[in-house]
Design a protein around this ligand. Structure first.
Ligand code: FES
Length: 512
């Protein structure tokens, strides 16, 4: 098996049976905030676009690059499709002209036939509202000799299914770095922000190491991030000044962490790097340039890239919507019907949320299920966002069903909150269609199984995390009376079972 990095979460997998192109991304995403790092524009995208199979793990813009898919990828390729209950990914691909789909079943091994023979594949589809835009996935590929697990940024909860179907995994490709706006955009003192960032940075890498341990692959490729931020106003987000509170550590940092913890199987791959494997045996790995020319002076590399990409960024900004009409009527028309269909989510949010867009403030009054102007003397909201009205006008113009996949991941906003993270709120913002909100509301409504228990440091706790059902015997860490689930870093007070991170989500726990 030959694996070529095509940048970020993108890989090209060549086998005797055929080739698979995974998550190709080259054009800036999220309002021009994210670019692939290192630069991958120099790759031969015409050649890559002629692969036998295409796998797009999910709809996040750094995995689903509509421009690249339109311009460079052969529409007759067979798309290996994850099993998502809301079929938006298939619809979006169809709208771009793709017409051959191999529809997989979640966590089931399938045989697909390429021009040179058969391949075994399995797509693990995560379907919780918190997974990507209602769905994220990882793919396993076996050519009968080598098993590759491309987990990208998915967070599977059960690894047994992987080993049961494929046995030993030879190479594991996974995310280890941040891909979120927290804590950068929060109105909190700089020192607090740096502390939160430091914890987040370490937790992301710890989670990746927990996965690496569970998968037990011979080789590991840190991938799927971090992106690079080239806009002057966002350059502070890059990890090029040695700040401990930066949540975007790069591949070199993570490979060091692996070494420190006794795992020497880490491989650095940059766009154009090629790894040749036969089972566990890595026969060669080659790079298109000396990696030190990128990581040796990363700030200079980023500066250089920013100068090259300046026209691309300027064109992106020129495409944003302008106008001066009030936003309230449009937001009312969009949000109120969604609120009316999502009692559980609106009650879960539980308070009015302020949207400050330049001179105009609009209140999303979730308890009342209305969108309204500010009421005099109302004071500050428990949760609020300050967003450039241009961005809001653009998502409204483009009928975007998901503000997480557009505005929030852009980090071009600021926010404040009193109290914990509110998962229901971000779920609401990513479900702005009838179909999505119905699915998400139903998902929260389902009774989650908490019947099994596990023992951790003298506590009996429910085995499955109340957040997204991670196995707490593997992801749970107890310190004093606090349980942390390392999958997403949520915390519980073991004495009371109260979730310290978000509303609801109570844990069953008992001192032994
Ligand atoms: S599954 Fe998300 S914190 Fe446990």
């Amino acid at each position: 098996m030959q694996i070529t990095s095509v940048g970020h979460a993108g890989f090209h997998i060549r086998t005797a049976a055929g080739t698979i192109l995974c998550d190709p991304w080259v054009n800036p995403a999220y309002f021009g905030s994210w670019f692939p790092f290192p630069d991958n524009t120099q790759l031969d995208w015409d050649e890559l676009g002629n692969s036998d199979f295409l796998y797009v793990s999910h709809l996040h813009r750094d995995h689903f690059d509509a421009k690249l898919l339109t311009e460079k990828i052969n529409k007759d390729t067979t798309v290996l499709l994850p099993d998502y209950p809301v079929p938006d990914l298939k619809r979006e691909l169809e709208a771009l002209g793709f017409h051959k789909f191999f529809e997989t079943e979640d966590s089931v091994k399938h045989t697909v036939t390429g021009p040179g023979g058969d391949l075994e594949i399995m797509i693990i589809a995560l379907r919780a509202p918190a997974d990507g835009p209602i769905g994220d996935s990882g793919i396993v590929v076996s050519d009968g000799e080598t098993v590759c697990f491309n987990m990208n940024d998915a967070r599977p909860v059960d690894m047994d299914v992987l080993h049961d179907a494929f046995g030993h995994v030879d190479i594991h490709l996974l995310q280890y770095s941040g891909a979120i706006w927290y804590p950068a955009v929060y109105d909190i003192p700089a020192r607090t922000k740096a502390n939160f960032g430091k914890q987040k940075r370490q937790r992301g890498m710890d989670r990746a190491r927990a996965y690496i341990e569970q998968v037990g692959a011979t080789w590991v490729v840190p991938s799927a991030g971090p992106p690079v931020f080239l806009d002057d106003e966002l350059r502070y987000l890059n990890d090029d000044r040695g700040e401990e509170g930066n949540i975007f550590p790069d591949q070199i940092t993570f490979l060091d962490q692996m070494e420190i913890h006794g795992n020497a199987g880490g491989l650095l791959m940059i766009p154009g790097s090629v790894a040749e494997l036969r089972g566990k045996e890595l026969s060669s790995i080659t790079h298109p340039v000396v990696p030190d020319s990128i990581y040796g002076d990363k700030a200079a590399y980023i500066q250089d890239m920013a100068e090259r990409m300046a026209p691309v960024l300027a064109a992106e900004k020129a495409s944003w919507a302008t106008g001066d009409e009030p936003l309230l009527p449009q937001l009312k028309e969009l949000f109120e019907p969604i609120m009316a269909q999502s009692d559980l989510i609106c009650d879960g949010i539980g308070y009015p949320v302020g949207l400050v867009m330049g001179e105009e403030t609009v209140v999303l009054d979730f308890p009342a299920r209305t969108v309204r102007p500010v009421v005099e003397g109302e004071g500050k909201y428990r949760y609020g966002f300050r967003i450039d009205p241009q961005l809001v006008r653009t998502v409204l113009r483009d009928d975007e069903p998901d503000w997480v996949n557009t505005i929030f991941l852009s980090t071009r906003f600021t926010t404040w909150r009193v109290g914990g993270y509110n998962e229901f709120l971000y779920t609401f913002f990513k479900c702005l269609t009838d179909e999505r909100i119905a699915y998400a509301d139903g998902w929260f409504n389902e009774a989650h199984d908490d019947s099994a228990s596990t023992e951790l440091e003298g506590w009996e706790v429910q085995r499955r995390c109340p957040h997204l059902k991670a196995d707490l015997s593997k992801f749970g860490v107890v310190e004093g009376n606090t349980l942390t689930c390392n999958l997403h870093g949520w915390q519980w007070d073991l004495e009371s079972g109260r979730c310290k991170t978000s509303k609801g989500h109570e844990l069953r726990s008992r001192k032994l």
